[in-house]
Design a protein. Sequence first.
Length: 202
Amino acid sequence: MPFTKNQIDLICYGREERHLEYKGSLEFSNDASKALVARAIAAHSNARDGGDIIVGMEKCGESYSPSGVTPAHLATFKSDELRDYIQVHFLPMPNFKMDIDEFEGKSFIIISVSPFGLYPCVCVQGYCEKGASRPTLTKGIIYVRSKRKPESAPLETEEDLAELIDTSADRWLQYRARRDKTSSLVSPEDSRKGFESEGSDL
């Protein structure tokens, strides 16, 4: 399926943001690349509005240029294998879709990640590349798109924690409002008041 105008704009943007992450050409047949992409997907899943990851971008100083995924690396990309890897290493499973197409004669992989539902995505199995000084994935860690720097990193700051809690609370309010509307028990406003009163004792 051809890239949309919005996807092409993301390729051309050339600078990472909280909702946009760039990766160079990756060989997906090895776990190191899968772990790197899995961490990015989990981090965007834990963002309030999700985000996009574009594979095939070369870093040039503080900006990025669309160099594309090499044919050899593209041949190693198997979407089912990546999904299986993520399912083993993260819970709940992030919701995302992957698109592959060409732009200006170069191939790119665009991974569009939806925000989490009721529960944030948590790493349940770690991974450390042989010889690396630190693991790419750490069991029990929640990865986020940090507010201080546009990167997929472990949840470590109070402001990132506060944002994740607020987002999770909003998800639950939306869920309760839908549930109550379906059962015709109370209005969404009453559901919000009930949720807030329940939290007043904490």
